[in-house]
Design a protein around this ligand. Structure first.
Ligand SMILES: Cc1cc2nc3c(=O)[nH]c(=O)nc-3n(C[C@H](O)[C@H](O)[C@H](O)COP(=O)(O)OP(=O)(O)OC[C@H]3O[C@@H](n4cnc5c(N)ncnc54)[C@H](O)[C@@H]3O)c2cc1C
Length: 439
């Protein structure tokens, strides 16, 4: 057994945390440092999962337990590629595991998508969830018509949050700066648009059903596009899709001439251009038909007015510090990248699946690490001590798990009576708090 194997996991999202948990039980005696560029742990649990879906965020309690292990450390506020390089990490640790997710929005690839008013989902979601790098990403929501492109749960989250009221968000941790804009926005319509049909959408039934509870918006979908029935070889898929179609049929019976704001679920439309001058004024779509499950353009077009466009069409990884990136992920074979370097989570397999999907995936990669390393010679690497020396020498004010607990406690204490927490959204405020508390 390689005694005291030194492991650095880069990224403290679900994939990184499940990796740490599995390593801890399968490779006893190993020393694990979990680095993150943020001062807060757990990745998209904090910065992605919708602020009104607090139950989903409860998984962080299991991650807390992993962090509390003696041989596990959180080292926040240290960015891979900016503060520390792969070469340095490999010199300090036997094994480096990349768990940095896919932090870039995929582009639509249409003319005009650089106009003001167009946002990728990551940017928009990070903004309303208080990711410090995106605090000021959305300048205003003084808009009438929004379009959300994409047919997954993130599109549903974005549309629901845009249309939410203060009362609906009272039990959420929606950040102050976003709440202020969202609650006073004069928005009238939100369209969620997919290029294929309703039977191809990747919505979960629970999230789709939440549109029935919006207090100031009515939901509608064109009944002529909703099939009566859906059959697939996969029984689970058949059930989910038919439940969704049933919900959509219910929405299609809603009256759209009410005084409420309007949310529509539109299908068979592909964006071809963002219209307007510097600021967008609409989006041109091509109407599609479906052939063998694929969306085929019909050559007919429609222009829809829009002053906010959020694209929820997936994410990718961009090149960071010489990592071998191909097709938006770290090039790997079953998690192995090169000697001593592994990858897990969305950075390994792309942005799909739920939080739980990362658990089995990380466990499988840990099996490879155990196979490759845990029966080898004892370690000679410096690990944690070496990283601390590196941080001191380079003026990096790292954040420990105890520091995070102070930030967490302060966020809980300053929350309103019904809200779970009031997040800090500036890194400097978090670091000041940690610094003052330790003096
Ligand atoms: C908007 C949104 C909502 C979602 N909602 C749900 C949901 O309700 N339920 C569900 O089951 N799943 C949901 N998911 C999916 C779930 O969040 C992912 O499956 C999961 O977070 C992927 O885990 P990960 O660890 O690979 O990546 P991430 O969670 O993205 O974690 C990556 C971590 O790496 C850090 N990092 C990135 N770059 C660097 C760097 N250069 N240096 C150091 N650290 C770095 C980041 O700060 C982050 O902490 C959602 C996803 C999104 C995008």
């Amino acid at each position: 057994m390689g005694v005291g194997l030194k492991v650095a996991i880069i990224g403290s999202g679900p994939a990184g945390m499940y990796t740490a948990g599995a390593l801890n039980s399968k490779c006893p005696g190993c020393q694990i440092d979990i680095l993150d560029k943020l001062a807060t742990p757990y990745g998209l649990i904090r910065t992605g999962v919708a602020p009104d879906h607090q139950t989903t965020k409860n998984v962080s309690r299991a991650f807390d337990k992993i962090m509390e292990n003696e041989n596990v450390r959180f080292v926040g506020n240290i960015g891979f590629g900016s503060d520390i390089s792969l070469t340095t990490l490999k010199s300090l640790y036997d094994v480096v595991v990349m768990a940095i997710g896919t932090p870039k929005d995929r582009e639509l690839g249409v003319d005009g998508e650089d106009k003001s008013g167009v946002f990728g989902a990551q940017t928009f979601v990070y903004w309303y969830n208080g990711h410090p790098e995106f605090r000021d990403a959305v300048p205003h929501l003084d808009i009438k018509h929004a379009i959300v492109i994409g047919n997954g749960n993130v599109a549903l989250d974005v549309a629901r949050v845009i249309l939410s009221t203060e009362e609906e968000m009272i039990k959420s941790d929606l950040v102050d700066h976003a709440g202020k804009m969202i609650f006073k926005s004069p928005i009238e319509t939100v369209r969620i648009i997919g290029r294929r049909g309703p039977e191809h959408a990747q919505f979960s039934t629970k999230e789709l059903s939440e549109f029935g509870n919006l207090s100031t918006a009515v939901t509608y979908s064109d009944p002529t596009l909703i099939p009566d029935d859906f059959q697939s070889e996969n029984a689970k898929e058949t059930k989910v899709v038919n439940n969704n179609l049933k919900l959509l049929r219910g929405y299609s019976a809603n009256k759209t001439d009410s005084t409420k704001r309007l949310l529509t679920l539109d299908f068979l439309l592909s964006p071809v251009a963002v219209l307007g001058d510097e600021t967008m004024s609409g989006v041109r779509f091509e109407l599609n038909r479906i052939e063998h499950g694929k969306a085929i353009g019909t050559g007919e077009y429609t222009d829809l007015p829009c002053d906010l466009l959020v694209t929820c069409i997936g994410y990718e990884l961009k090149n960071v510090d010489g990592l071998p990136v191909e097709k938006g992920i770290v090039k790997n074979i079953d998690g192995r990248v090169e000697e001593g370097l592994y990858v897990v989570g969305w950075a390994k397999r792309g942005p799909s699946g739920t939080i739980g999907t990362n658990r089995l995936d990380s466990q499988a990669v840990v099996d490879r690490i155990v196979e490759d390393y845990c029966n080898g010679p004892d370690t000679t690497k410096e690990g944690a001590d070496g990283l601390d020396d590196y941080c001191t020498a380079n003026g990096i004010a790292s954040v420990s798990f105890n520091d995070w607990k102070k930030i967490n406690e302060a966020e809980l204490q300053r929350a309103g009576s019904e809200s779970p927490r009031r997040k800090f959204v500036r890194k400097r405020d978090m670091l000041t708090l940690v610094h003052e508390e330790t003096q």
